[in-house]
Every structure is written in C-alpha cells, then in structure tokens.
Design a protein around this ligand. Sequence first.
Ligand code: HEM
Length: 685
Amino acid sequence: RLRLRLPPEPAGLPLVGHLHLFRKPLHRTLARLAARHGAVFLLRLGSRRVAVVVSSAPAAEECLGAHDVAFAGRPRLPSAGILSYGWSTMGTAAYGPYWRHVRRVAVTEILSAHRVRQFAGAHAREARAMARRLCRAASRQRHGDGAAAGRVRVELKSRLFELLMNTMMAMICDKTYYGGDDDEVSEEARWFREMVEETMALSGASTVWDFLPAALRWLDVGGVGRRLWRLREGRTRFLQGLIDDQRKEMEHDGDGDGSELPAAAARPRSMIGVLLSVQRQDPEECPDQLISSLCISSLEAGTDTSADTIEWAMSLLLNNPDVMRKARDEIDAFIGQPVRLLEADDLPKLQYLRCIIMETLRLYPPAPLLVPHESSSDCTVAGFHIPRGTMLLVNTFDIHRDPHVWDEPTSFIPERFEDGRSEGKMAIPFGMGRRKCPAENLGMQMVGLGLGTMIQCFEWERVGEELVDMTEGSGLTMPKKVPLEAFYQPRQPVRLLEASDLTKLQYLQCIIMETLRLYPPAPLLVPHEASTDCSVAGFHIPRGTMLLVNTFAIHRDPQVWHEPTSFILERFENGRSEGKMAIPFGMGRRKCPAENLGMQMVGLALGTMIQCFEWERVGEELVDMTEGSGLTMPKEVPLQAFYQPREPVSGLPESPARLAHRRRRQPLPLVVAAQTGAAHAHAAR
Ligand code: HEM
C-alpha cells in the first residue's frame, strides 16, 4: 500500500472532481495549488480519471526524461477526436507505430534543417510584407485628413496573427490569405478566414465540453459537437482542394509524371508539394489523409505559438526600451551599410535577439502546460505512484519562474541567456523528450524574422505613460489578455530621395558637376550668331558670324584643370573650382534658363538610382566612355549595367510576388533602369 503512494490532491467534489477549481488562467491556478500541495499533485477532471500536475524541474525531468516512453501518449480528448480525424494528427496521435511514422515523415521531409532553410525565403517575404503594410498605413495616415506626420497607433495582435497565418500558408501551399486590400478579398480567402475564426472560437468552448460526462456531450446542449463536425467538414474540403490544386500544378509543370523539368525541379516547394513528391515515390508512405493531417498540425501548433511569442516579446521590449535599443543596435551593427533587411541567415549571428526570444519564452511559454501527455504504463514520479492512463500536465510556466533556479525570476533579463549562462537550467518552452515540439528551428526562425524585422524597421513606443499590461489571458496557448497596441514610426532610411534633399547632398552635386564638366551635353553650346561686328581675342569678328563655344575643350583645358581628363569629384567640393570656367549650361543672355530644373531632374533621377539599386559593370572592363555625335553629346555605346535592387528599409512598393523577382540580377539598358527608378519613386510617393 505504501509502495503505491499516490500524489496528494486538493479536496474535490463528486462528479466534477476538481473542475470547479479551474480558474483562468489555468497555469496560474495550478501554480497556486502546487504551492499548497507540492510539485506533484493529482486532479480529477470531471468524467476523466486523473491528471498529474508537475511543477518542478526534477519532477518534469523524471516524467519527460526517465519516463519519456511511459508518458509519450496523449489523452483522447473528444474534440480533438473530431477535428483530428480520430486522433490522427501528430500532436494527438497515440504513441505507437502510426505516430512514429507521421513524425518521421514530418521531421525528415518538412521540418528538417534543410527544409527550414528553404522556407526562409517565404518567412522573410512575409515579415517584409507586414512591414510594408505598416509603412503603407503610416503613409496613408500622413497623407490622409491632415494627420500629423509621425507615429501611428497599431493593434499588433491581429497584425501578428495575419503575419503568422500568411507565413504558415505560404509554407504549406504558397498562398496567403491576409493583408491584401480588404475589398479585394477572394472567396477562398474569406472562407479560410471564417474557418480560422471558428477554430479559435471552438478551441475555447471545447475545453469544457471535453470534460463533460459522455451523456451530456451526446445531448450536445450548446451545439459544440455540431459545430465541431461542421468545421471538420469545411477543413477537409479546403485542404483537399489545396492538395488537388498543388497536384495539378505539379503535373502541369511536368513534376508529376517523373519527367521533371529543370524549372519545376529548381522551384522551392511548398509543404504540400514536398509531401506529394513523397507520395509519388510511395503512395502508401504519404496518402492525402496524412498530408491533410500534417497541414492541420502545422497550422494549429505553429500559428498562435509563434504569434503570441512575438506579441509577448514586443510587449516586454516596449516596457524595457533599453533592451529594444540594444537589440536594434545589434541588428544595425551587424547589417552595416548598405542597409538591407534582415534575412534568416543573419539570425544565428544575432545573439542578443536570440536571448530576447529565449527570455520571452521563459517568462511566457506559449504552451504553459505543454500539450497534455498520458501515461501508457504505471510509473513512479517524485516517489509517488502514477497509474497507467493518467494525464500529465507539466507546468512550464511555474518551472520557468522557480526562484530556487532563476535569479529575479519574474524580471525580463535577456542577458541571463548570454554565453550559455543558463545552460543546465530547465527552460523547456518546446517541451522535452519524444513528444517535444518537432519544429523548434522553424518556430525560432519565424519568430526571429518577424520580431527582428519589426525592431529593424520601426521605432516603437507605448501608447501611454503606463507600462504595457502583461496579464496572461487563457486559451490553449497563452495569449496576452489585453491585445498589444503600440505607436510606431518607420525608421530612416525609409523614404526615397525627394527634391528638397538635393541641396543638402553636396557629394551628389559634385558628381553631377564633374560629369557635366567632362561630358557637357551641349559640347559646343547652342550656336550663337553675332548681330554686330566685334573683336574677340584681338581678332575682328564680323556681324552675322556663327559662334561655337567648345565647352568640351574648355572644360578639359590642362592650364585650368588639374588632371583634366580624370573624374575627380573633390575638385567641386567646397566651392574649390569657383572662378574656373565650367559652363555646361552656357553663360550670358542665352544661358540655359532651366539650369535649376535640369539639376533637379538629373539629381533626382541619378540620386534615386544610386539609392535604390546596387550597380555593377557587366564585365571586367571599364565602361566604354567614347562620345557619340549629335546635337547633344550621347554615349556612342549605350550603357548597359547589372543592377540589383537595394532594400531601403521600407517604402518599397512591390507586391510579394514581385519581390521574388527582385533578387535576380540582370543586365539592362540604363534607360530602362531610369524608368524603374522613377516608377519606384512615384509608387512610393
Ligand atoms: C515559438 C514557437 C513554438 C513553440 C514555443 C512550440 C511549443 C510546443 C510545445 C510546448 C509542444 C508540446 C510538447 C510536449 O507535449 O511535450 C509542441 C508540440 C508540437 N509542435 Fe510546437 N511550438 C512552436 C512552433 C511550432 C511550429 C511552427 C510547428 C509546425 C509547423 C509546431 C508543431 C508542433 C507539433 C506537430 C507538435 C506535436 C508533437 C507531438 O505530439 O509529437 N510547433 N510545440
């Protein structure tokens, strides 16, 4: 009898057991019960037998380390049974050969390090699309109804949810459903959004429904059961549609019949695409049902967890502006010049950003009780007997704040994760053991890019003097109770060159002046004609004589100009060439009347091209500088160059589809580049 000592349990009620103690948020209630009853205690949950709650690192280590296999099962919650097709998703499946198979396919095919790197493009693209949406909103506010330029208020929770939904769907099927102009929402997108909303609504309602006695569930008072079934049907149709579309697309690309076209093979594939390729090799290994279930697992387990983490991290940073500044300095210093946006490859080098994410996950683990496990055999934890079939809740929230392990456990101190300083301490936001989250790398990449891009692109401020409310809400994951709102302002350099900048850009002016000295567009000015006799340099010039002034030669006079054929900008710096004759616009009465206009047009076009693109010669050789002939002085050989769009932090007008195209380097006649620059500037304005 002594050997089978069960863990202590609070006083319960008949029928409901301890369900009446379930105050929200649950992890806080369980932490309070642990303080009274110890780190391992039992609960009776309505019709279910028991749950053991574990709230200390050693006990968690015992359950998920020593007894990993025994606790590798999952309880069969009725709602999950409906939505996960009889517990057939990875997160709900019983421990056994089927789960092993699903997990192996996921880990090797869609969550491997290689695949996570491949998805990095989609992650960065969506993070930037969100940054662009915020920029557009800021610019709309600036230009609309006379609002003052500057900071804009934003409700971040929904933006982050959209970001993560888009990121997940981009990965799953190369489609996104949020963020377009609202009046352009497609039927498919509307349907998808409704499905997502119903899933969220039901995830709350089904928690209680799961623990009702079977008879009450059967009567389906409140209609939760019916809604679950309706949602399941909607999801099935939606996912099968995605799979069928992708299959058709692959067949069309020649990817479905074994005759792979190079273009199709080189295309980074979506999760569904990858899984369909596996299916083609071996239909039994990866049937459509498995593909659907992996998509559902990813959406359910990956979206809220990652979105909540970024929202908590942003809240912590708003309450700790010094940490925000340090993170931004790290990003700026690492990126250096020219400015470009954060990429997935940068993340491993941004140690401080990583520490911020780890510290956020310590304080606010998105799954504070992990996902319920269930024991498949009797075992002993902390000296207590735990019978087979017991549900296990591991209170990581409580474990991560254990004052015996963590100094100032409730304070936000990212430095505690610097240089492996917290190694050996139990921080398990992704769980541990066989059921550990299989997508830690993927999650860290999505969170890193989302959070990093927000820190890099915007200045953030709290909406008031008070600190951001950090109360936890309740749900399957751990959302913030009060959705985060903040002021933001796009950071510099965020705008494209404007005419008013030109006078301050001395170096750009020097470039233009030196170009006009070497290559005056009117090398002989425009012919003049003498209307009276006169004398020039002691010579008689009769009335009616045409006058050609060779500015080309004058500008290259070695008596006046040092190294006259060299391109030396400094000679125009600080008025150094004042008094020397540089007259690209002519002089006197017939002088070009539009010098200012010309300088502005050239300045804006050239400046925008320099600002927006990286330029390179098309070959090793220098650009041929021979002059052609004509009234003005064109280049004899039209200029071609390689260009690559730079990424000024924001204000970029492209759609995500065009973004993919932007990476390509291509030679193009400069005249096209000039149009591109102008279009760019126009669109941004
Ligand atoms: C910050 C991001 C994330 C966090 C903190 C997180 C955390 C967790 C945790 C705590 C568990 C339960 C572990 C346990 O029961 O012991 C879990 C399971 C799981 N996670 Fe994640 N997760 C994240 C992102 C993702 C993403 C992006 C995906 C998929 C694309 C994903 C897929 C899964 C799946 C399928 C399971 C169930 C594994 C199983 O039962 O075998 N997670 N995650």
